[in-house]
Design a protein around this ligand. Structure first.
Ligand SMILES: Cc1cc2nc3c(=O)[nH]c(=O)nc-3n(C[C@H](O)[C@H](O)[C@H](O)COP(=O)(O)OP(=O)(O)OC[C@H]3O[C@@H](n4cnc5c(N)ncnc54)[C@H](O)[C@@H]3O)c2cc1C
Length: 248
């Protein structure tokens, strides 16, 4: 209507749900290696999804090979789920841009703005995206965070870079170093989760959900997290010597 052509393509994205079972999974498991995510709903159903169908469509139904691949991936992670029956599957349509990142910004028509092209990740980004979009409309110019996410990037070639997967790296040495960073990060994360669960690490009780203050009990426990944090930074500097750790 406004004469603006959008560089977006529409693809089906499927999800499926199993019959309900007793609680077996208390977190979301997501694997980019075998490519599936699975979680258990409050009703006991396992909710699973994977990637988009490669073809363009508005049909709101996906193709069977995608379901087959996502079930195969689920069974690689959890062989015991092979005995479950699937209840239903469905597909929604997601709009995908050429660099798989959204467009948030002004359009060539004065007073017209776009927040779209979110592909498979638009729900979780909504609070941040809405904040940036509101800022863009109020100031009639993008916030510094969404400044690179223009529609013009597809004309000018300034696409949004993404960190390549470790599996894309050709150098064995670099791959090993990146693996050390990943291991360090998961150790840090596991320790953080463990301390939160055991209440060694507790959020401030001021009732402000945005308050960044946490307490350690005993206070010494902070050292353990700090040691793991430094390990990650050291491993990262080993992979990328120009990196200057923010604080030690
Ligand atoms: C099965 C599935 C699972 C998903 N899981 C997740 C997840 O776990 N986490 C996550 O972050 N994201 C997830 N997503 C992606 C998320 O749904 C999208 O990224 C998000 O909905 C995009 O929001 P949007 O407002 O940009 O577009 P949409 O939600 O697609 O909204 C576009 C709207 O425009 C309307 N429209 C289209 N053409 C016209 C027209 N010509 N005139 C008027 N109206 C029109 C459409 O009817 C639609 O209501 C999932 C999507 C699917 C399908």
């Amino acid at each position: 209507m406004a004469g603006v052509r959008l560089p977006l393509q529409s693809h089906p994205l499927q999800a499926l749900v199993s019959e309900p079972v007793k609680p077996v999974l208390d977190c979301v498991v997501m694997s980019n290696t075998v490519h599936v995510y699975v979680s258990q709903s409050d009703k006991g159903e396992l909710v699973m999804g994977a990637g988009i169908d490669a073809f363009n469509s508005y049909a709101q139904r996906g193709s069977f090979p995608i379901i087959e691949a996502q079930i195969a991936a689920t069974l690689e992670l959890f062989p015991i789920f092979s005995r479950l029956k699937m209840l239903r599957s469905w597909a929604g349509i997601v709009d995908v841009s050429p660099d798989a990142s959204p467009i948030i910004g002004k359009l060539p028509v004065a007073g017209l703005y776009l927040n779209g092209g979110w592909g498979t990740g638009g729900f979780k980004a909504t609070p941040g995206a809405a904040h940036l979009f509101a800022w863009t409309i109020a100031h009639d110019e993008p916030h510094p965070i969404n400044a690179p996410f223009t529609i013009e990037r597809f004309r000018d070639g300034h696409l949004i870079d993404r960190i390549p997967s470790r599996h894309d790296l050709k150098s064995d040495i670099l791959r090993t170093k990146i693996q050390a960073v990943e291991r360090g990060l998961s150790r840090l994360r596991a320790k953080y989760d463990e301390m939160t669960r055991s209440r060694v690490l507790r959020h401030c009780r001021c009732n402000n959900p945005n308050c960044p203050t946490y307490f350690f009990d005993p206070p010494d426990a902070a050292r353990e997290l700090e040691r793991l944090r430094r390990d990650v930074l050291t491993a990262f500097r080993d992979a990328y010597p120009a990196f200057k750790p923010p604080s030690w």
